[in-house]
Design a protein around this ligand. Sequence first.
Ligand SMILES: C[S@@+](CC[C@H](N)C(=O)[O-])C[C@H]1O[C@@H](n2cnc3c(N)ncnc32)[C@H](O)[C@@H]1O
Length: 231
Amino acid sequence: MSHWIDFYDFKHSVIYVNARHRDVHYRTIAEDIRVHVPSPEARVLDYGCGEATSAELVAEASGALVLVEAAPNVRAALDARYETHPRIAVIPADRTDALPVASFDLIVMHSVAQYLSDAELTRLLALFRTLIKPGGVVVIGDIVPPALAAPAAAVALLRFAAANGFFWAAVGGLIRIFVSDYLRLKTTVGLSHYTETAMLAKLKAAGFVAHRAPHNIGHNQWRMTFVARAS
Ligand SMILES: C[S@@+](CC[C@H](N)C(=O)[O-])C[C@H]1O[C@@H](n2cnc3c(N)ncnc32)[C@H](O)[C@@H]1O
């Protein structure tokens, strides 16, 4: 499903209706991720971080933050933004396998699983199981349930936009998404959906004890976040 990496490989993804949407989106996510950081010394990995324009909020609450991004242009923008930050490192996705075993207290993968095949997600969960320290936490966010995914996403975006002053831009953005590659890829490449039961079973099979968090990271509460610890 690497077509989705190409879709996201812009300095500023078309998925955000304007700069305000992008910045409020990433600030909301960073604030929500911060809640999961277990200590000020924690080593944190954010896999598929996207533009991560508020990553410094997570870094402030952590000892070190490694941002992993597969899309080269997005990664170049991250490099430019954070190259002088003392606690943020940016790496490509294919370097994640070479990270030391048991070296992270928190691993977050938010809003990425829907772009992975089932086999790719299985592989990544196994990798996270090796990278997480004993007692550490893996947080998998924005899991999209099979039912009503598109209408729920549209309503959640419009509510988020109304609360943050970009409602009409969001209406325009939804129309643009309708004519963009997003819908074409959704039909040809597909998106992965999981029920709560299916995701809990998948995490268990990967060697985790997990539960669904009461709050999904980000603005769309129709989607689900799972908190997993090594079993
Ligand atoms: C919706 S963005 C999520 C960005 C950020 N985590 C957030 O929540 O806003 C999806 C991300 O998944 C990444 N992605 C898509 N397919 C991928 C794959 N096969 N392997 C690794 N990353 C992938 C894209 O590069 C993009 O950064």
